[in-house]
Design a binder for this molecule. Structure first.
Ligand code: GCU
Length: 603
């Protein structure tokens, strides 16, 4: 038995280390419109250590030890025993997943440490945040061996206040990133895409004055053509702090004051306002100022709502000519993050005459939303509540709610975004219904201006689909996935299927399609040929034309994407081949069939 005094000493030391390890760790935040703020980029090569045994983490599963790799110690010949050294370790590029950068890491899942040095000079009356565009899946961040923050969720940004922790001159950052799949995470163990890990989006330092704008929202009032309302939230502001809002393109200059919560409300008429729409993606420069802080943005104004089984954009019924896609980089695989990636992916959607895209199954990189605003492409944005999630586990619900909050917070000023999707293909159960109900309630609270949806598995009685999943009660628009002609039936039988919509809500066919290996040709009855895929599309169109309440479609999928569920050699080779374009950019037969179909629809 350890003597009392030694146990007390041990516990005290343990808790001191625990306290020390999380002394500085604080809640992450999310600064809206951060990409329009001046930033000090930390992108480029970072040293890395893959740590499958969590050697650098220490014994406390909750918090990494400050005596582990977070310490960033260096090996000195003849010096104390050090069994790692970032400075001697290879590098990975940030932004970028680790899997597609090193063959040895292609299938690596687990803990991986990133480290880089940086120089910084603190300024008076200035806060500095370290901003992560996204870190897949969980990240613990250390600056100069101080634990500054933790974050969960692989597809949304977060900001950590490191004011007072960064020194004048040399500093270092260590990021412990862990993409282990677990039953409690969102998404969870099994999914039809590869679990890319790492610092997958840009990292930077962001400076703001002591009093700064962390959030704002400006929207067009439903049912109006020119009534704008919204708020600006200022951190550190005393009540009565003046906030000015300017929209030079509309000769608008408005002033409001903050309340005790730092919130300034705006509501004003905007005569001559040009509404944002796919045909006319009009964006206005916006300038916000509060104290010494100012924020610029480009924003469009439009309304979206449902009326019976119609979706109305700016008060008019619209049909959503869409396509679904993963945030995978064209031509080079891995996670997409660059402007070029966004231009290629949305460029193909435009070539298809799309006015809509479903960004599956998680929030994509923000520059795709920015480009969608500019190109006039409407967006379905989704959180990765995908297939079977641990519905009854409170931390899992918290994780889903947090990703939802971050998705809405980052993107609620993008005119292109019209639909928030709560989930994809989740098996019906009371626990699932309750889980997603709570998400829908949260989403409506955070953003009452957009529509709530989910992608639901279609169940058939023979060749009849009755769209009655109870989840629909919480939704404004019903997304239904079906794979007639692929997982069930043959292509020829597709037109025989009929659809019933007892809830009378607008329906989007959120997935349908077939696999095809680019360049593989043969009879249209042979799966994986381009002819088979093309035929499925043609038959699907025939069926869908007979569905009176269909308000949109997002075939699966724009581009082939990596998935360990797809292992047929010579055809799939670790890729889901349902793309209309291969991962190498080869357009398949069905691409042109859909292009023609949407071109006719557009007329
Ligand atoms: C599902 C799922 C997709 C998947 C697709 C497929 O519907 O939502 O993530 O890739 O089917 O089987 O190809």
């Amino acid at each position: 038995m350890v003597g009392m005094s030694r146990r007390v000493a041990f516990c005290l030391a343990f808790y001191a280390a625990l306290l020390a390890s999380s002394a500085h760790a604080q809640e992450t935040t999310l600064l809206v419109d951060v990409d329009h703020r001046p930033q000090i980029s930390l992108d480029g090569p970072w040293h890395f250590i893959a740590d499958p045994y969590r050697e650098g983490w220490g014994s406390n599963p909750e918090h990494a030890s400050l005596n582990g790799y977070a310490k960033n110690a260096h090996y000195v010949p003849g010096g104390p025993l050090v069994q790692y050294d970032f400075a001697r370790s290879p590098t990975l590029n940030v932004p970028g997943d680790w899997n597609s950068q090193k063959d040895s890491l292609l299938y690596y899942e687990g803990l991986l440490w990133y480290q880089r040095d940086f120089t910084y000079h603190p300024k008076p009356h200035t806060h500095v945040f370290i901003h992560f565009g996204a870190a897949s899946y969980a990240a613990s961040i250390f600056i100069n061996d101080q634990h500054v923050c933790d974050h969960q969720g692989g597809f949304t940004p977060f900001d950590c206040d490191i004011t007072g922790i960064v020194k004048d001159g040399d500093n270092f950052v260590v990021a412990a990133v862990d993409d282990t799949r677990t039953v409690d995470r969102v998404p969870t163990l099994r999914k039809d895409w590869w679990n890319y890990g790492g610092l997958i989006r840009p990292v930077s330092l962001v400076e703001v004055p002591d009093t700064y704008i962390d959030d704002y929202s400006l929207q067009l009032q439903r049912g109006t053509q020119d009534q704008i309302y919204g708020y600006v939230h200022v951190v550190g502001a005393n009540a009565g702090t003046h906030v000015t809002l300017g929209i030079p393109g509309l000769h608008i200059e408005k002033d409001a004051v903050t309340d005790t919560n730092g919130r300034a409300e705006f509501s004003f008429a905007a005569p001559g306002l040009e509404l944002w729409s796919p045909e006319h993606p009009r964006l206005y420069d916006l300038a916000l100022r509060a104290g010494y802080d100012q924020l610029k943005d480009e924003i469009g104004f439009r309304t979206v709502e449902v009326k019976g089984d119609q979706i109305l954009l700016n008060g008019k019924p619209i049909f959503l000519r869409g396509v679904s896609y993963h945030d995978e980089a064209p031509f080079r695989s891995g996670r997409s993050w660059s402007e070029k990636d966004a231009q290629t992916l949305l460029g193909w959607a435009q070539e298809l005459h799309c006015n809509f895209v479903r960004m599956a199954h998680y929030p994509h990189t923000e520059n795709e939303y920015r480009l969608a605003d500019k190109l006039g492409i409407l967006v379905w944005s989704e959180i990765p509540v995908y297939w079977g999630i641990n519905w009854t586990n409170p931390p899992t619900l918290d994780a889903a709610k947090h990703q939802l909050w971050e998705m809405i917070r980052r993107d609620h000023n993008h005119a292109s975004v019209i639909l928030w999707s709560m989930s994809n293909e989740t098996p019906e159960s009371p626990e699932r219904n309750a889980f997603i109900h709570q998400l829908a309630v949260e989403a409506r609270k955070e953003d009452p201006t957009r529509l709530i949806t989910s992608a639901i598995v279609t169940h058939f009685k023979g060749t009849t689909a009755v769209l009655a999943d109870p989840l629909g009660q919480d939704l404004d628009v019903l997304g239904y996935n079906e794979y007639i002609g692929w997982y069930q039936g043959t292509a020829a039988t597709i037109p025989d299927y009929t659809w019933q919509n007892p809830m009378g809500k607008p329906v989007i066919m959120s997935e349908f399609g077939a696999g095809a290996k680019a360049g593989l040709h043969g009879p249209d009855t042979e799966k994986f040929t381009e002819e088979y895929q093309d035929n499925v599309y043609r038959q699907q169109f025939q069926m869908m034309e007979k569905i009176p309440f269909l308000r949109g479609m997002t075939p699966w999928a724009l581009m082939d994407f990596r998935s360990p569920m797809r292992q047929l050699p010579g055809i799939q080779d670790d890729y889901n081949r349902k793309g209309l374009v291969s991962d190498k950019g080869e357009k398949k037969k069905a691409f042109f069939t859909l292009q023609d179909y949407y071109a006719k629809m557009q007329k």
